[in-house]
Design a binder for this molecule. Sequence first.
Ligand SMILES: [Zn+2]
Length: 564
Amino acid sequence: MRRLSLFFFSIIFVFSALNAQNHFRYPINYKIRLSGSFGELRKNHFHTGIDIKGSGNWKSNKAIAVMDGYISRIMVKPDGYGNALYINHPNGITSVYAHLNNFNKKITEIVRKIQYANKTWEINPDSLHIPVTKGEILGQIGNTGRSFGAHLHFELRNTTTEHPVNPFRFGIKPKDNIKPTLSMLKIVALDTAYNVLNSKKIRIQKSKKGNFFIYPSTIKYGAWRVGLEVLGFDKMSGAPNKNGIYSLLLKVNGEKVYQFKMDSLDFSKQNCLNAHIDNEEAKSNKKKYNRLYVLPGNNLDIYRVNTQKAIIPLYENKSSNVEIIAKDYDGNTSILKFKLKRDNKIIEPVPKLYNQHLSYGNKYFIKTFYYKLKIEKKDLFKDMFLFISKSENKKENDYSENISIFTNYEVFKNNVDLYIRPLVIDSLVDKICIVKIDDKKITNLGNDIVDGFFHTITKTGGTFRLMPDTIAPTIEPVNYKNKKTRYKKISFVIKDNFDTGGFAKEMSYNGYIDDKWVLFTYDKKKNRITHIFNKTLSKGKHQLKIVVIDDRGNKNVFEKDFWR
Ligand SMILES: [Zn+2]
């Protein structure tokens, strides 16, 4: 008996030791509430982590290491994740903490060394080995990078594949007893190449008991075959935020024909967001409708789908029973049931304006005297209809025609190659770039020169042309004093005339005191660079210099003395 219990004891001990090793704690020290869920539909990507809201005065909110491990990567950048840490754990999972306001003292010292050694604030070393223990404070949560309000963006990834996995699977989640909401249904008539012929939107209503329905409950639609799309969101207990839905399931006549589950994602397939959602609705109404069928070029791994049956054939005298089932991770479920029938009058397709039909599975190289457009097989989600036109520029300093590529709201799956012929070559040749013009915004897409054409890449249509950029970025002092300054820090606003995309490099900056490089942090949302004076800086006169350069080499220098 004694032996037996010892045996049991050791089994339990080993089991719990393993369990402890595999058990993540929360990455915060307060109650978890979410403003974003894993797999949520964002602009051009799926959300790869969870967004944990701050609590009370966020400046006291700390990010905490979820398990023993070592920091393998530290990221400091003006956009994206801002200040971020990557910790590899012995269970094969990497945890990521993004948009941090700052790092702890130990990490900050390492970051400063790397920044001064590389003479750049923006860093991303990825083969570090800095040990951390479970529960260690990593830094303050914050709002750095592409973030609009203090929160912790927390991710778990498979260390080997780098695929992000849903933190809910590891118990990092709030309790949740609120079921998802379904708000709009869209019926799209499709041809066999997934081209939308016409469509109809129907508001989904909610009964007093909280059940979802549409009225009337039988939809008669004048089409031979339709796909369905649905708009909805999921709230979680403790927060008002409308987050993404974990799983959507479509049943037709009792058979599962389409389902996705947001369990893990793949960074190399993030472009498929634009195929998962109805892009026209996203562009024209800012609504992200989930398609309940899969476009041929969408190779995401989140689906279980019967490609044939997810497109529903309609009959005049036989209705199909449709069920759309939305679930959250805790199994709270919302169901919409209705019937679909064919109306005896088939609706005419909405005419498309196009002069180039790109059929899925083919590649194209459209060549004219003024421009060329190269599209590979991998660049299409489905057939695409383009209307390409050129219009003459009338001004004297015009370097090309305006090339307009209209895409019916659709985007290419990958970047396609655009070439524009310069009509004038003069002394400004180095300053010329391909630009995209949207309303009043001009984006410099950079260029290389291939066979006498300027060349860049784009995923979207738009109006493109060649244009010189001869204007240097501006440098505006925020609190510069040439007299004795007691300020702890000094800031400048730096701005350039064009945004950047395609091949164009972002504006770069450097700051120097007495000709020695010094660290300026960069807050891109405020266009502001800031230097905190070193305590060892001697009293007396010093020379300050800021140099800013844009993609076309236009340079501005601010150079003045100051006294400490
Ligand atoms: Zn996030």
